[in-house]
Design a protein around this ligand. Structure first.
Ligand code: GLP
Length: 261
């Protein structure tokens, strides 16, 4: 995994935006995998800015979101569909029919999960997947213990995830207990991944994911198996990384070889 250490949230968002924008310039009809949560919000603001001020065209872009709460429809203000419309889709020229978020109201859910996997396949697979990381090391809603071979499935939220996500709801009791999430194997199928992590609360999960053993107990550690993942980590979230100096050194030297890659 490539690790880029940055000062703060702003720099994390800027570095992520550079990568996404470069990918879209290279492949205008790219399939993007998107995440919700506070980690990618700054990235989305920069993509909106690139669209509004630099004409970045999202018309040919297709998106697939990682997850959605079971029981929340698209009109529910705390649904991930509403989050995406509000933070990104409503402000760029992506075609609404090209944006995919799992349907938390689908029945039967299992058939919907299989159809979601199929839709990703039909679209040609995900070119670039944006990921946050949960305090417990989850990606999407793949909590510790989820099979590393999992595909899109219905997942139970861990108590700490319910606690963390309660900030978006009136209280923890309002947070749905289940979600539809792309599985770990579905995520690993993406051609490229960007993992965003900021803040001291993520330090332990980040160290376990990047430098710990590959284990289903830390779902993000599965990214160690992925051939093209970059983790962009701010100072606070990097506090427990043992090889931080190496990552800085590597990042500084990268510019010397960029034109030969
Ligand atoms: C949520 C989402 C994840 C997200 C994580 C971290 O539970 N399902 O996709 O990455 O929490 O959220 P945040 O970025 O707000 O810290």
């Amino acid at each position: 995994m490539d690790v880029i250490l940055v000062r703060d949230y702003e720099e994390m968002s800027a570095r992520a935006a550079e990568i996404v924008i470069a990918a879209l310039r290279q492949k205008p009809d790219a399939v993007l995998g998107l995440a919700t949560g506070s980690s990618p919000e700054g990235l989305y603001a920069r993509l909106i800015d690139a669209h509004t001020n630099d004409g970045l065209d999202f018309a040919p872009v297709v998106t697939f979101n990682l997850d959605e709460y079971v029981g929340l429809g698209p009109d529910h203000p705390q649904s991930y569909r509403a989050f995406m419309n509000d933070r990104l889709f409503d402000h760029i020229n992506v075609k609404p029919q090209n944006t995919h978020v799992p349907d938390g109201l689908a029945q039967p859910l299992r058939a919907h999960c299989a159809a979601y996997e199929e839709a990703i396949r039909q679209a040609g697979g995900i070119d670039l997947q944006v990921l946050g990381i949960g305090r417990d090391g989850h990606i999407g809603f793949n909590e510790p213990g989820t099979s590393l071979g999992s595909r899109t499935h219905v997942a139970a939220l861990a108590p700490e995830t319910i606690e963390d996500n309660a900030r978006y709801f009136a209280g923890p009791e309002e947070v749905p207990r289940f979600a539809v999430t792309m599985g770990i194997a579905s995520i690993l199928d993406a051609r490229r991944c960007i993992l965003l992590a900021g803040g001291a609360g993520k330090a332990e999960a980040v160290a376990a994911a990047i430098e710990g053993p590959l284990t289903s107990q830390v779902p993000a550690s599965a990214l160690q198996m992925h051939p093209d993942t970059v983790a962009i980590v701010d100072e606070a979230a990097a506090a427990r990384l043992r090889r931080a100096d190496f990552y800085r050194w590597q990042d500084r030297n990268r510019s010397q070889i960029l034109d030969r890659l």
